[in-house]
Design a protein. Structure first.
Length: 124
């Protein structure tokens, strides 16, 4: 790499670390377990912070999808109420039930997240 290329790079200084084949295999296994495929990213994070936290947002995405359904239901009921000037009790009860279910799921998820961050995962 010439001087011009080094000046263009944000990280121009290279650190070389020698490891055994077994250590390399363990490092690669650890990288995979936290969902990182770039060795430089993983090594930098571990050297600077001493840890890599893998965040799984699958539950958040599902909750977001459910909130979208709930919002669409509210909009449909609001449109019907504006058109007919009637609001059906069953529609309101459905919304209340759906809201309570999503709220419970969010609280459960947040409780698990707080326990895992605080290191209290054995109680979950």
């Amino acid at each position: 790499m010439n001087d011009g290329e080094q000046k263009k790079r944000k990280r121009a200084v290279q650190i070389i670390v020698r490891v055994t084949p077994e250590e390399k295999a363990e490092i690669l296994k650890n990288m995979e377990s936290v969902g990182i495929s770039n060795l430089s990213v993983y090594a930098r994070k571990m050297m600077l912070d001493g840890q890599v936290i893998h965040a799984d947002f699958t539950e958040i995405k599902e909750l977001s999808r459910q909130l979208g359904y709930l919002a669409r239901n509210i909009n449909q009921i609001a449109l019907r109420a504006n058109e007919t000037r009637n609001l059906y009790k069953s529609d309101v009860e459905d919304l209340q039930r759906d809201y309570a279910a999503v709220k419970d799921e969010i609280l459960t998820y947040l409780t698990k997240a707080v326990k895992s961050v605080s290191g209290d995962s054995q109680n979950s």
